[in-house]
Design a binder for this molecule. Structure first.
Ligand code: KG4
Ligand code: ZN
Length: 348
């Protein structure tokens, strides 16, 4: 079965081809055209610009994905596309393209939840594919802890009550006047910093539930700034202090994520942990999570860096799992900017 996935929920236009053979799942191509340099000029994503650029980019991205896979559009068996959550005008571009291709080819269409795509992304290249596990999804818009019993069988165990982990990185970076997106910038500077110089709060870390709260971090940085430089202007910070601030923020976010993931493993009894979403390419998060899992003999499954931020391989993979169950979507399935994780019951 040959699946073509399309992703356009935010500022990446992406198309991927994935094939299921008797030997397993093979990623044939994953093409991502990022608009980050464009949105960086505005300090964040401008929805109208994103949607216009998706429209302009999608034909070339599609052609490149087919060419890299060495396949013709007529060979595709299933078309999958992100239906939400995301920016509505951005979602519409990729979604409409995938529906039009499915209609023209007379092949089925599958509307995929972007968060389900992230959540399953660690399994795209895992030999043996998806297994029951605890999922930690840490993206720019969401932080979720999910008990994954199998494809489409999800129980939401925890989520951020305010800012998502990626959002916390981005907002702190904005206060420090670092370029968008802030997560990778903080990660880079933190490598040269001392994580112990600033003791930033770790809210809810010791509470028994699996929810997060990250909004206090930006307040803590806001209060720290004028104590470090009278002007309160981040450009007046010396380089080492800037790096120490970044290291402190990164350490606080990472420690909370690691503690909550370990708590989730204890609660569910899962022996496999999968971490996904843009924040999962954070160097410190990968190191700390690996150490914590090694100590407990837990298998940690991480997507390769190329599949951590938005991509279409994860959408094609989620589509493939649905296609196995012949769980196709009608062509009039709408996009939904607030789409909830399907099959996710909330456990009290
Ligand atoms: O999953 P993603 O590409 O988009 C959403 O679905 O939201 O995640 C983007 C987020 C941004 O907040 C970005 O700052 C963060 O992932 N991010 C990182 C790193 N790389 C990307 N955060 C921390 N460290 C990184 N290395
Ligand atoms: Zn995403």
């Amino acid at each position: 079965m040959l699946v073509l996935g399309v992703e356009s929920s935010c500022d990446e236009t992406a198309v991927s081809l994935l094939e299921e053979t008797p030997q397993g799942v093979q990623l044939l191509s994953s093409v991502i055209s990022t608009q980050i340099p464009l949105h960086r000029m505005y300090g964040g994503v401008i929805p109208e610009l994103a949607s216009r650029n998706h429209s302009a980019n999608i034909p070339a991205v599609l052609a490149e994905a087919l060419q890299k896979a060495g396949r013709d559009i007529a060979e595709v068996d299933v078309f999958a596309s992100t239906a939400g959550p995301g920016l509505v005008a951005a979602l519409l571009v990729g979604n409409t393209a995938a529906k039009a291709l499915a209609l023209a080819a007379g092949k089925p269409f599958i509307a995929v939840n972007h968060l389900e795509g992230h959540m399953l992304s660690p399994f795209v290249l895992r030999p043996g594919g998806l297994v029951p596990h605890l999922a930690l999804v840490v993206s720019g818009g969401h932080s979720l802890v999910v008990d994954v019993q199998g494809a489409g069988r999800y129980t939401l165990l925890g989520r951020s009550r305010d800012d998502a982990a990626g959002e916390a990185f981005d907002k702190v970076a904005k206060m420090l006047d670092l370029p968008y997106p802030g997560g990778p910038e903080i990660d880079k500077l933190a490598e040269q910093g001392d994580p112990e110089r600033f003791d930033f709060p770790r809210p809810m870390m010791h509470e028994p539930h699996l929810d997060f709260s990250f909004s206090g971090l930006k307040t803590a940085v806001l209060y720290a700034l004028p104590k470090l430089v009278a002007s309160g202007n981040p450009h007046d910070l010396d380089h080492q202090t800037l790096c120490d601030l970044c290291a402190g923020v990164r350490a606080a976010i990472v420690e909370v994520l690691v503690q909550k993931a370990m708590r989730g493993l204890r609660k569910t009894g899962h022996r496999v942990l999968a971490v996904s979403g843009g924040v999962s390419c954070n160097g410190e998060l990968r190191r700390r999570m690996q150490e914590a899992c090694d100590r407990r003999r837990i298998e940690l499954v991480l997507p390769p860096n190329s599949l951590t931020t938005d991509n279409a391989a994860m959408i094609a993979y989620a589509g493939l799992l649905r296609a196995r169950a012949r769980d196709f979507s009608p062509l009039d399935t709408p996009v939904d900017p607030n789409l909830k994780l399907a099959g996710a019951a909330t456990r009290a």
